[in-house]
Design a protein around this ligand. Sequence first.
Ligand code: GTP
Ligand code: MG
Length: 502
Amino acid sequence: MKVDRFLRIVLGIAIFAVFLIATGALLFVTESALNIWDRLRGGPAPILWAYAAALVAVILGALYLVWRLVVRRPPKSQAPGRPAVPTREDIEQRLAAAEAAGIDVEAARGELRELASRQATGTVHLCFFGEVSTGKSSLIRALVPDAAVDVDVVGGSTSAVRHYRWQAGEGTQVLLTDVPGTGGHEAGLDELALDEARRAQLIVFVCEGDLARPEAEAIRALAALDKPMILVMNKADRYNVEEQAHLLHRLLERLESIGGDAVRDRVVAVSAGGAVDVIEQRPDGSEIASRRERPADIGVLVVAMNRLLQSERDELDTRRDRAVFRLAAERLDAAERTYRAQRAEQVIRSSTRKAIIGSLAAISPGTDILIQGYIGTAMTRELCKLYGAAPRDLDIEEFLTLSQSRVGRVLPLALAVAGNGLKAFPGVGTVAGGLVHAVAYGLIFDALGRSLVATLQQHGELVPDLAAQEFEDSISEHVEAGLRRVARMALEEKQGDDGAGR
Ligand SMILES: Nc1nc2c(ncn2[C@@H]2O[C@H](COP(=O)(O)OP(=O)(O)OP(=O)(O)O)[C@@H](O)[C@H]2O)c(=O)[nH]1
Ligand SMILES: [Mg+2]
């Protein structure tokens, strides 16, 4: 008899057997069901209902478990648009939780303290803002003539934040904030200026005419702070009346297209004055250099400022408070990111060390490197917890299995890097196979942890195939970068072992 025919007969018998068993099972289940149904119908109604409810609950429970096990939830997508404005309670709650976790919350607390002190004094903070040398300090000097304000032709004359007291109409106390101009060469000054704008109630944006691209970007960022802004075109003395009107019209259009409040009386052209160097010729023909003050013409700005202060006085504080809460929340986000990065580093290092110890302790290290064991699972779980992800055990297992399947491909590279790297290490004589193996093992763990952190940062949860793909994509980079660190760890452990063995 041909094998093919034999197989067909066996298959036929098997199908027949399955059919018989299925029919039997169906009959059996039907009989029992009918039996139970008859008895239930004969009995009291509450028992029938209770039975039916229990049956439904069991089926639903089973379906839920199957769903949890099989269906993977899609990664959380970040909500588009402007982030929700946190309230004071939100911030306080987050601060308390973060502090309890050992996170350094001083920067965020500092913002709230500064806000409290500003609220207590009740003064209005008005922040000047603009590119370097547009004349912010000159405008402040024109508003507060007896203040010592630094003004210079050389851009970047203001390098720190300073406040000047100015008395607005109806006795309102205003603090004018002079900040470094943006777009200068010194690093960090742009952020300093923007932070100060976020703490203020009003913003005066100073430009010299049509807006350059960075200025438009800055206005967009400031408009997102949702506080009133006056757009000032300074140095108007350089243009005639028609040119000024044309430039103002253009500024209004730009402001509208950027998405700022394009209010006619909040876009003004002024001359802060400032000093000008002139060469005078004397009657005897000799020349003398002297410095003259240009006349200031800032009346329209003063009117615009007073109008704003009168019409929006109540709204100013609420909008400022919201902006500061957002700023404090960002400070806290940054502190949390730093903390997480530090903790993640510790977790990765300690897991890598454990992997190395395990590898060194193996009597005859094999060529297979297993990351699915206890150390891999514990590291994955701890890193996920740190990033607020709560993966199912199944996801962790899947991630490690997928990564494990890639280990074979990267092992030769890790072994080669480890072997070469160890040779270059001072004081290491002939490199033993066990040590190379341990370093390679450590390097793979180190890379696994770092790629996992990268995907957790990006997605906020463990997506096994994405995380395993990241591991594969970035392994060579991590292996090269981690060599010194991991090799040192392995040598420390090896020396410790040798010392203990002696
Ligand atoms: N023509 C003219 N020049 C002005 C006017 N206002 C200021 N200037 C000149 O612009 C230059 C810069 O002025 P500052 O007030 O130092 O400018 P700033 O915006 O404070 O500069 P940074 O602090 O470096 O960002 C100085 O040389 C001023 O004399 C003005 O209304 N007309
Ligand atoms: Mg200045």
